[in-house]
Design a protein around this ligand. Structure first.
Ligand code: C2E
Ligand code: MG
Ligand code: MG
Ligand code: MG
Length: 283
């Protein structure tokens, strides 16, 4: 494993070099102790409902609050966790934290749904539906408090098994979203059969919309496609007002992006929501 600098100044661990290196070993140890010591933190990014202008859901995004290296982003440690077989523990930590937070919000009469990104390895685990049902139960949360995001790429890879697990999750009342939609070559026939509720259009399609009419046209027809399949469309990576307006005017159901809000720690999100409510209520 190689450690190199990334855009955001984070360490990146890429699996393409000698994986017996001392660096990999050290990072693995750090990841182990990081998980044990609760160094994983979640940031929450609002999903804006484009019809009502309200926020009823947030996406949980994991960060590693590393004692020496500072805040690390998922791109810099998820591959390592996956390769080292630590993904199950990471997912468990994320789900626990996300549902604890959802329970706090529900008790504070702010019934936000929390969307959790699940890695492929956890979605082949037949116990997952039972575990999630139990976790919701323990906290007195309705199933609607939890959403699951799975990448399109993964959904395409393991049809029967995946479909079975997703169906059981959905029967519980948990919403399922296809993440990074547009990057994974789903066949339309397959999409129609998949037990999913939302398509999250990848930001590589959303980002060029404001500048490029053809990119915008592609997005608008994808919104129609989603609706004709009975699915909701969520746009990710909205970075400007023009894009947000165009999405709302063309029937997109929800949007996420830096223009609306960056992923925020729970307390910062509370402040953001409170400020928004004050502004909206003001004459
Ligand atoms: P994702 O689920 O597609 O999440 C969206 C990513 O885009 C997030 O990056 C978010 O911070 C970023 N983003 C949001 N709005 C904008 C925008 O307007 N512009 C741009 N340029 N970026 C935006 P992040 O937090 O670094 O997460 C990266 C990926 O890591 C996620 O992609 C997801 O696949 C994965 N991930 C994050 N948290 C978890 C987790 O708890 N478990 C698992 N298994 N995967 C996770
Ligand atoms: Mg996601
Ligand atoms: Mg995505
Ligand atoms: Mg992504």
């Amino acid at each position: 494993y190689q450690a190199k600098r990334q855009r955001r100044g984070q360490l990146v661990y890429s699996g393409d070099s000698d994986d017996s290196g001392p660096m990999r070993l050290r990072i693995l140890q750090e990841l182990h102790s990081g998980l044990e010591q609760g160094q994983m933190a979640l940031h929450y990014q609002p999903k804006l409902d484009l019809v009502t202008g309200e926020v009823h859901a947030v996406e949980a995004l994991v960060r590693w609050s590393h004692p020496e290296r500072g805040l690390l982003y998922p791109d810099s440690f998820l591959t390592l966790a996956e390769d080292a077989g630590m993904m199950r523990r990471l997912n468990q930590a994320v789900l626990t934290e996300a549902l604890d937070q959802a329970a706090l919000w529900h008790r504070a009469r702010r019934p936000l749904s929390v969307a959790v990104n699940l890695s492929p390895s956890s979605l082949v685990d037949a116990d997952l539906p039972y575990e999630l049902a139990a976790m919701l139960n323990q906290r007195g949360l309705p199933a609607e408090a939890l959403e699951i995001e799975v990448t399109e790429e993964f959904l395409m890879s393991d049809h029967d098994r995946t479909r079975e697990i997703l169906t059981r999750l959905r029967d519980l009342g948990i919403r399922i979203a296809v993440d990074d939609f547009g990057t994974g070559y789903s066949s339309l026939a397959y999409l129609r059969e998949l037990p999913v509720d939302d398509l999250k259009l990848d930001r590589s399609f959303v980002f060029p919309m404001a500048e490029d009419a053809r990119a915008a046209a592609l997005v608008f027809s994808t919104i129609e496609l989603a609706h004709s399949l009975g699915l909701h469309m969520v746009a990710e990576g909205v970075e400007d007002q023009t894009t947000l307006t165009a999405l709302a005017e063309n029937g997109c159901d929800q949007a996420q992006g830096y223009f609306i809000a960056r992923p925020l720690a729970a307390s910062a999100l509370d402040d953001w929501l409170a400020t928004r409510e004050r502004t909206i209520r003001a004459p």
